[in-house]
Design a protein around this ligand. Structure first.
Ligand SMILES: [Ca+2]
Length: 136
């Protein structure tokens, strides 16, 4: 019998003496291929194995940043906190309406800023007067 380990992640395992990720003995030598090992203690593999290729003994998948709703003026987008802050938005917290913003209400922080340039001034008055009248 031959054990095959193909395209498997071996991560965050702990063993007493050896083989935190994978341990084998001489009876049945396994073949390990296209597998990734990450943070196994004291080591990734102990014992004999056939290297089927494509293995990485120190592969840790990059962490996926947490995401949440981000209010930029009165618009909501789902993004990572750093991206929200960089865009001048207000991060609503991790996992807030993770998929689409349908449950988030982003109120305009400054409704008097009619033209959205970050200032309330004469240009906003002109924009308001220019739009005076019945709404379509
Ligand atoms: Ca303005």
């Amino acid at each position: 019998m031959t054990l095959l380990a193909i395209r498997l992640p071996f991560g965050d395992n702990l063993a007493g003496n050896a083989g935190g990720g994978f341990y084998s003995q001489f009876i049945h030598v396994p073949t390990i291929a296209n597998s990734g090992f990450c943070r196994n203690t004291p080591d990734a593999i102990a014992g004999p194995y056939n290297d089927g290729g494509g293995n990485s003994l120190d592969y840790c998948a990059p962490a996926i940043p947490l995401r949440g709703a981000c209010c930029i003026n009165d618009e909501c987008v789902v993004t990572a906190e750093d991206d929200c802050t960089d865009a001048g938005g207000t991060y609503q917290g991790d996992f807030t309406d993770f998929t689409d913003c349908t449950d988030e209400t982003c109120e305009d922080a400054c409704p008097a800023d009619v033209n959205g340039d970050g200032q309330v001034n004469f240009a906003d008055v002109i924009a308001l007067i220019g739009a005076w009248g019945a709404c379509p």
